[in-house]
Ligand binder design. Structure first.
Ligand code: NAP
Length: 468
């Protein structure tokens, strides 16, 4: 894949970039190792100063970087600004809390005295150089939610960003550098995915985090496994959105539209499968289909646009094939189902609602990465849970109900890294984020995220022998 900015709204190649050669990669690895040796000793207070400065600079740059993101991957401009603001918030959140989240722990002496210890301390020390392989769909946020905790913990970062967002990738390096982080603390490597193996095997790299597709995750995890290096994987999702009769159906349907089409439908935590109790199915569908049909599809730089183009021509072709497969096997498109007629250029796709989906259709088990929803009719909570869990993924899930026993049942049985009740899944600095099964492992954000790339070190002090 060439490293280039190609505007998805027009298909026009705006800028291309040379990939780094072996010497340049070597130089950056050396800078990273040197930077870690120093950064790991920097007190939290100083790291926080630098991180807060990065947040301030990002706020100042918001308009420009939002435009860059929109031009590189097509997200509506208002959402791009919101993404930049959210990144600044996460930076401040970790700047304010990292020290507390990584504070020494002291197990009660009664618990450890029979180990012969007078005192035990558990200390969170940074692991080292962390390689971050990141996707284009939230080109700032995916990186910042790794970088803010990693840098605050004393690690240093090497970013291999998706090849279609090189300007956003370079912006991030520049941002951390302007904020005052010393050379080598955060570097962008403009390289293709073929270079990842060599970098990951380098002894100076301690760990890796990857957000992206399952094949990419499998590759990085197996190389890291071979090298015995820690990984966190945030992979795909096909989140269920269950609606039960006691829910506020109109609000559930309105939220469902946003949950499905946020980021032009290209979000790992977008609700993708809508599982609706038969008693409220017709009502929900009426509101949901109307909401999906009324969306404004158009130029993502226009403030009034709800849904812009897909990020790549290949991404649209993949989505088209999923929908065509479903339609050929008997599904019905209640709205959409193709390219908008008034958008001959760019990689647009209509917001689409499919009903009559059956398990033999590819879309039943594969992730639809675009504005395409499937709606299932179920007869009760048992079937709802069964359909919700009938997926290889387990990222998040959504359940709409006001019945407490149903809440308890979903909390116990939905197989995912999150269950969001009467709302839609969203990431937030304070909430652990990540999945199970084919959605990956490990957690980002919150205290759990910052500890992923730490060496949890036991400091054991022996007791002096009694009487002597
Ligand atoms: P992708 O092809 O896996 O790309 C993601 C990153 O991995 C890019 O930097 C890509 O580089 C790199 N990559 C691809 N193949 C690789 C390999 N074999 N070895 C090493 N690196 C490799 O993913 P995508 O299709 O662009 O992104 C969409 C996927 O990401 C969806 O499945 C989505 O659900 C998932 N996602 C998950 C989360 C989450 O938090 N769970 C968040 C966002 C997206 P190149 O660009 O150079 O190929």
């Amino acid at each position: 894949m060439p490293i280039a900015t190609v505007n998805p709204a027009t298909g026009e190649t705006l800028r291309t970039f040379e990939a780094l050669g072996p010497d340049e990669i070597e130089q950056r690895l050396a800078h990273a190792a040197t930077a870690f040796a120093q950064h790991r000793t920097v007190p939290f207070g100083h790291r926080a100063e630098l991180m807060n400065r990065a947040a301030k600079l990002l706020d100042d740059d918001q308009q420009d970087i939002a435009r860059t993101m929109t031009i590189e991957m097509g997200k509506p401009i208002a959402a791009a600004r919101a993404e930049a603001a959210k990144c600044a918030k996460a930076m401040r959140w970790y700047a304010a809390r990292a020290e507390e989240l990584l504070a020494d722990e002291h197990p009660a002496s009664a618990d450890v005295s029979d180990s012969g210890a007078a005192q035990v301390t558990v200390r969170y020390r940074p692991l080292g150089v962390v390689l971050a392989v990141m996707p284009w769909n939230f080109p700032l946020w995916q990186v910042v939610r790794f970088a803010a905790p990693a840098l605050m913990a004393g690690n240093v970062g090497l970013l291999k960003h998706a090849s279609n967002v090189p300007q956003t990738a370079l912006y991030l390096e520049d941002l951390f550098s302007r904020a005052g982080f010393p050379r080598g603390c955060f570097q962008t490597l403009l390289v293709g995915s073929g270079a990842v193996e060599g970098i990951l095997r380098d002894p100076r790299v301690a760990a890796a985090t990857l957000t992206g597709s399952e094949p990419a995750g499998r590759s990085v995890a197996s190389i890291a496994g071979d090298e015995v290096k820690k990984t966190v994987l945030e992979l795909g999702g096909s989140d269920p959105y269950v609606v039960m009769p006691s829910a506020d159906i109109e609000r559930a349907a309105r939220t469902a539209v946003t949950a499905r089409v946020q980021n032009n439908g290209q979000s790992c935590i977008a609700a993708k499968r809508f599982i609706v109790h038969e008693d409220v199915y017709d009502d929900f569908c009426r509101h949901f289909i109307a909401g999906m049909s009324e969306l404004t599809v158009g130029d993502p730089l226009e403030e009034s646009t709800d849904v812009g183009p897909l990020a790549s021509e290949q991404g649209r072709a993949d989505l088209e094939q999923l929908v065509e497969d479903a339609l050929a096997r008997g599904a019905t498109a209640q709205c959409g189902g193709g390219r908008p007629k008034d958008r001959p250029r760019g990689w647009y796709y209509e917001p689409t609602v499919l009903t009559g989906v059956t398990p033999e259709m590819r879309i039943h088990r594969e992730e639809a990465f675009g504005p395409v929803a499937t709606v299932y009719r179920v007869s009760g909570i048992d079937e709802a849970v069964e359909v919700a869990n009938d997926t290889p993924f387990g990222l998040s899930s959504n359940a709409w109900t006001r019945d407490d026993s149903e809440v308890q049942r979903f909390a116990r049985d939905l197989e995912a890294g999150g269950v969001f009740f009467n709302g839609m899944t969203a990431s937030h600095p304070a909430l652990p984020f990540g999945g199970v099964e084919r959605s990956g492992y490990g957690r980002e954000l919150s205290g759990h995220g910052i500890r992923e790339f730490c060496n949890i070190t036991t400091l054991w002090h022996g007791a002096e022998p009694k009487g002597g």
